[in-house]
Design a binder for this molecule. Structure first.
Ligand code: LP5
Length: 243
């Protein structure tokens, strides 16, 4: 069995989500062949050199699950694209390129965080192009910690203000981009997060788009067996503190 999750936005101010995630690791992930985390695992990540005791404890929890035999793969999201090799070493996980093709339930499936599919959100796509430019990334990683903290805070404020003004269809994936990317990679199934709109969309012609939900009042995960993919909700009441 393979599990996929996305958009936990882990943060020390949300111990309910952290508790549910730690319980999910014990009750589900520990028994899986692999766990795929499709981005925005942390609320914000400003660099591996700024790792907090809270973030370190999450890395240790992942590493303990990896030690029990589960392969852990981590994809960047728009909040934590500065996660690097130091965190991955601590957590014993592997960074996964966005997008990535993997075999699930007997077929090739395309995994992506999902933000790059939101091509109607022009100002975000412009911002993304800047922030993911390799030269800008190099500069960002080398800025003093204080500067990165301030920039990240400013960016969050601007993003919150800007997102409030955007129509719902602007912040969702663009159907033409979805069709383009699926055709390019020759897949019938696309899995992503980012939009916080969990659903299984039947796209016709035996194609589907599965959207993982964010973890807030409940969690979401996909369970992939040898023959099927299931999108499942995880009520936080189910995640008892046995971890
Ligand atoms: O995150 P979410 O879901 O609320 O909103 C996203 C888009 N916003 C973002 C920005 C993130 O929230 C903040 C990322 C913090 C990263 C920290 C690491 C970086 C450290 C160093 C900092 C430089 O991704 C939002 C989308 C929404 O998803 C739905 O898809 O709409 O996009 C925006 O709101 C962007 C605005 O449209 C444009 C804002 C322009 C800000 C210009 C500031 C330029 C600063 C450049 C610094 C190099």
């Amino acid at each position: 069995m393979i599990l996929l999750i996305s958009d936990l936005h882990l943060h020390e101010e949300r111990p309910d989500i952290t508790g549910a995630f730690l319980a999910f690791l014990q009750q589900h992930a520990k028994h899986a062949q692999a766990l795929y985390i499709l981005g925005d695992f942390f609320e914000v990540w400003i660099g591996d050199d700024a790792i907090s005791p809270f973030q370190r404890s999450i890395a240790q929890a992942l590493s303990a699950v990896a030690a029990s035999g589960t392969q852990i793969y981590l994809m960047h999201g728009n909040r934590d694209f500065l996660i690097g090799n130091d965190f991955c070493k601590l957590a014993d996980c592997q960074l996964l390129a966005d997008p990535s093709l993997i075999k699930l339930a007997g077929e090739s499936v395309l995994l992506t965080h999902g933000d790059s599919l939101c091509t109607s959100d022009k100002s975000y796509i412009r911002l993304r192009r800047v922030l993911r430019n390799p030269l800008i990334l190099l500069i960002l990683r080398n800025l003093p910690l204080r500067t990165r903290q301030r920039l990240a805070g400013d960016l969050r404020q601007k993003s919150k203000a800007s997102t409030r003004m955007k129509a719902s269809d602007i912040t969702d994936v663009n159907p033409e981009e979805v069709a383009r990317v699926m055709a390019l990679h020759k897949v019938r199934t696309l899995i992503h997060g980012h939009t916080h709109r969990p659903a299984v969309h039947d796209l016709g012609n035996e194609k589907q788009r599965i959207v993982l939900g964010d973890w807030d009042t409940q969690g979401w995960y996909i369970e992939a067996s040898a023959s099927q993919l299931k999108l499942l909700a995880l009520p936080f009441s189910d995640t008892t503190a046995d971890c």
